[in-house]
Design a binder for this molecule. Structure first.
Ligand code: OFO
Length: 165
């Protein structure tokens, strides 16, 4: 059984993951329109991953006797200054998500909900990976700076870069 507090917090996390999926989708669409097809592919894939994160939470809530609620979503930012701006945004967003996950884990301990605590370890691991990936991409972009050729190669590389790189 989920306590009302954990139940609400998990549904809030459903909303956060759904919003993340929308953010990435908006970034993907912008990148595609600008001609950065590799970056767009990467971001479309990431948007799908966020949806999977959302679904996993929703199903867990249902399995535990709650009701996973599909949230209403606000329109995310749809226009960006540059590819650099996009990935700065990605990095700070993932830091925020990690913070939320940590808060949830903390709440599970104080509520003595060890089943949810255990379930959330998957997200803890996932966030390590998400932060690492975003940092890795930002480092690359710092090296590239405003170099057009570098950005061209970066775009090409991102088409095949996945979460395990
Ligand atoms: Fe769901 O991990 Fe990114 O936001």
């Amino acid at each position: 059984e989920l306590s009302p507090k954990i139940y609400d917090a998990l549904n809030q996390q459903v909303e956060m993951e759904a919003a993340s999926s929308q953010y990435y989708l908006a970034m993907a669409s912008w990148a595609e329109v600008q001609g950065y097809n590799g970056v767009a592919q990467f971001l479309y894939r990431h948007s799908d991953e966020e949806r999977a994160h959302m679904l996993k939470l929703l199903k867990f809530i249902n399995e535990r006797g709650g009701h996973g609620l599909v949230p209403a979503l606000k329109q995310p930012t749809v226009k960006f200054k540059s590819i650099h701006a996009i990935f700065e945004h990605v990095f700070s967003h993932e830091l925020l998500v990690s913070k939320e996950i940590n808060n949830l884990v903390d709440m599970c301990l104080s509520e003595k909900d060890y089943a949810t605590h255990n379930f959330l370890q998957w997200y803890v691991t996932e966030q390590i990976e998400e932060e690492r990936l975003a940092r890795h991409i930002l480092d690359k972009l710092k090296l590239i700076g405003e170099d057009k050729g570098g950005l061209y190669i970066f775009d090409r590389d991102l088409a095949v870069l996945d979460s395990n790189d």
